[in-house]
Design a protein around this ligand. Structure first.
Ligand SMILES: Nc1ncnc2c1ncn2[C@@H]1O[C@H](COP(=O)(O)OP(=O)(O)OP(=O)(O)O)[C@@H](O)[C@H]1O
Ligand SMILES: [Mg+2]
Length: 481
């Protein structure tokens, strides 16, 4: 089953979201535990310590009043003793009312019991004093001391117990916090990692077919319609790929229709154009009778335009043949230099007319190459023709031929307007012409370089251009030897 982009994104987000929710729930649980322990320390252990201190203070006060009363027999001291005893009992009850452990409860019960024993001894002794009755003071003192010491011991135990309990709870808190810190770190790292992995996978899934499509679109822009996009795992992308493939097929059909049309038209035009050329030449030669000067001028223009049309038709037909792989080549071992020299002689009149300075740098000792002389001459004519056409009057054309690792490289440099870098490749496409500001780009048909490229490819060679805008261009072609 193929999963849609929407489902992939939804699943990815659900996974990341669940991890975040899980980690939040865990952290909340740990926080509630921390909260619970903190509250228990504050509300129970701290309170027990406070009350234990109060109990000790009350006990010391009531002992003090008891001792003073026995010496002074002052009723107000008796009353203060009773008040201190009431405070003690009240605080004891408060301690009982806290959420205390059974152990603390045991201690408190002992405190209550020993205090009660002490209290009844004091009450008895006070009674004896009030009734002026003689009694064994020493026995009372000993018994009181014994019971009160037990109360103090237990209060001490209560304090120790609370402190120990507080310490244990804080330790527990520390462990819980450390644990939750580690778990939180692991969860955060896992969430981030999962988020990154999921994002990379999902984004990759989406962008991969898109970048393939982008690449293929560039190919189409260059005029290559033989493209079909493979299906990916994304249904939406597959729909797009299908539409894209249909579009390529249609473009290919339209391109073929256009080429076929041009080829048929050119074929049909060739014969009448040749007849016109022949007729015009005959008339110019005076075969049809004497012509006036004005008629001669007109006939010359017709002859030139006709020649241009014949060249165009031939170029279109040749290019169609080359594209269809039907061009016939007559390969044989040959030397490039004589071809170059012959072409240079051909162009000398135009070079002179434009006052172009010509520089040549080629040795005569170059290896022979397998080539069709006619076709390579055509390449040279085209490249030199362009150099002359685009170089302004008084410019320089430099031709260099050298041998380079199994290749013979010929470069034709000019001081023309140059070619923008983005056109370095497309310039070899048919009908492609660069627009130069302020100049008429329609100086040709835009087929020359395309034919050059086809010829060199058929020779196993290559052609490229380097250029600096405003300074000139260098067209280089290479043939293997
Ligand atoms: N030496 C050069 N300097 C500057 N631009 C050039 C040069 N050679 C070619 N170009 C650019 O490349 C375009 C294509 O060249 P190409 O030879 O294919 O066509 P063309 O010269 O316009 O016509 P054709 O050669 O078919 O008569 C030219 O129109 C021009 O814009
Ligand atoms: Mg040209």
């Amino acid at each position: 089953m193929k999963i849609t982009i929407f489902s992939r994104l939804a699943i990815g987000y659900i996974i990341i979201l669940s991890m975040v929710v899980f980690s939040s729930i865990y952290e909340l649980y740990q926080l509630s535990k921390v909260n619970e322990v903190t509250r228990s320390v504050l509300e129970i252990d701290n309170r027990i310590l406070d009350l234990q201190k109060k109990l000790t203070d009350s006990l010391l006060s009531l002992m003090r009043y008891e001792k003073k009363y026995i010496v002074l027999e002052d009723d107000s001291l008796h009353e203060r003793f009773l008040l201190a005893t009431a405070d003690f009992k009240k605080d004891l009850q408060r301690t009982f009312s806290l959420k205390i452990s059974p152990e603390v409860q045991q201690i408190l019960k002992r405190v209550e019991r020993f205090h009660a024993m002490y209290h009844s001894l004091v009450v008895e002794e006070f009674q004896n004093i009030k009734n002026k009755k003689s009694y064994d003071t020493k026995r009372y003192d000993l018994e009181k001391e014994d019971t009160i010491n037990k109360v103090f011991d237990d209060l001490k135990k209560l304090e120790e117990f609370s402190r120990r309990d507080t310490y244990n709870k804080i330790k527990q808190l520390d462990i819980a916090v450390t644990d939750s810190y580690s778990v939180a770190l692991v969860i955060i790292a896992a969430t981030l990692l999962a988020g990154a992995v999921i994002s990379v996978i999902i984004t990759g899934n989406i962008t991969r077919p898109l970048s393939v499509m982008k690449r293929k679109t560039h190919e189409i822009a260059k005029g290559h319609f033989d493209i079909s996009l493979q299906h990916s795992s994304l249904p939406e992308m597959n729909e797009l790929a299908d539409a894209f493939n249909v579009m390529c097929m249609r473009l290919k059909q339209v391109d073929k229709m256009k080429s076929d049309f041009l080829s048929v038209m050119s074929h049909e035009l060739r014969t009448p154009l040749a007849s016109i050329q022949e007729g015009t030449n005959m008339m110019l030669e005076g075969i049809g009778g004497k012509i006036t000067e004005r008629q001669e001028k007109l006939l010359t223009i017709i002859a030139e335009e006709d020649k241009r049309l014949i060249n165009l038709v031939n170029s279109i037909l040749d290019l169609s043949k080359m594209e269809a792989g039907m061009m016939k080549y007559n390969f044989e071992q040959g030397d490039l230099i004589p071809l170059l020299r012959r072409t240079l002689i051909e162009i000398t009149p135009i070079v002179k007319a434009k006052h172009i300075k010509f520089k040549g740098n080629f040795s005569d000792e170059l290896p022979l190459v397998e080539m069709d002389r006619e076709m390579i001459t055509r390449v040279l004519r085209n490249l030199l023709g362009n150099a002359i056409k685009f170089t302004p009057n008084g410019g320089i054309i430099d031709v260099t031929v050298r041998r380079q690792d199994g290749w013979i490289e010929a470069s034709i440099s000019d001081t023309g307007p140059g070619i923008p870098e983005e056109d370095f490749e497309t310039i070899f496409d048919k009908y492609k012409q660069v627009e130069f500001p302020g100049s008429d780009k329609k100086k040709g048909t835009g087929l020359g370089l395309s034919i050059v490229k086809h010829i060199l490819t058929a020779h196993g060679g290559k052609v490229w251009v380097t250029s600096t805008l405003g300074a000139g261009s260098t067209f280089t072609f290479a043939l293997p030897f």
